[in-house]
Design a protein around this ligand. Structure first.
Ligand SMILES: [Zn+2]
Length: 193
């Protein structure tokens, strides 16, 4: 091809390739082995979907078993797509009510890496199970921002995770912690190990 005869362009392409490879490697913590799982799930209307979960190898057996049981008992989960399909934008993924696990990011409002960065945490039906923090001025900070109608957990609505529902019990039985049990921040969508 014509452009490959030009040494400057070839050199630039080589440098670009190295830069891209470096970016990809640095976006993943050392020693983290990720698996891609293909799971079936049903949405609230009872329609079966094929989902994809990227997670840490250490919890892939747990997630496989949990999702098989959720599917068997027809526990509704709307969407299960890797966060990369939302441009690695957690807010966009949550607003779409997308269940996802691995995401290289810091804990919101902190410099600490989230358990999602190691693929050891999963957010289930996040729009209806928002993360709720009380800010220093007393106001609530809700993620996703469109999850405001679902902050009041006494209300009844679809996809709501409650203590002792099937999803909660399956994760707890395998040693996961639920963000809805936390005292200050309530992260109703979040299970981590
Ligand atoms: Zn989470």
């Amino acid at each position: 091809m014509m452009e490959m005869r030009c040494p400057t362009k070839r050199w630039l392409l080589a440098v670009l390739g190295v830069l891209l490879a470096t970016c990809t490697i640095s976006a993943q913590p050392a020693g983290v082995k990720l698996d891609t799982l293909h799971v079936r799930h049903v949405d609230y209307q009872g329609v079966t979907h094929e989902g994809t979960i990227v997670c840490n190898r250490a919890i892939s057996a747990d997630l496989r078993e949990i999702f098989a049981e959720l599917y068997r008992q027809r526990y509704p989960i709307e969407l299960v797509r890797p966060i990369s399909e939302y441009g690695d934008d957690d807010e966009r993924s949550m607003q779409a009510n997308n269940t996802s696990c691995y995401c290289y990011r810091q804990i919101a409002g902190s410099k600490k890496l989230s358990k999602h960065a190691q693929g050891l945490a999963i957010d289930i039906n996040p729009l209806y199970n928002p993360c709720v923090k009380r800010r220093s001025d007393g106001r609530l900070w809700v993620q996703p921002s469109t999850g405001q109608p679902y902050v009041d957990r006494k209300k009844s609505f679809r996809y709501k995770i409650t203590r002792n529902d099937l999803c909660y019990r399956l994760f707890k039985a395998r040693g996961f912690k639920w963000g809805g049990d936390w005292r200050t921040t309530k992260d109703y969508q979040h299970f981590e190990k």
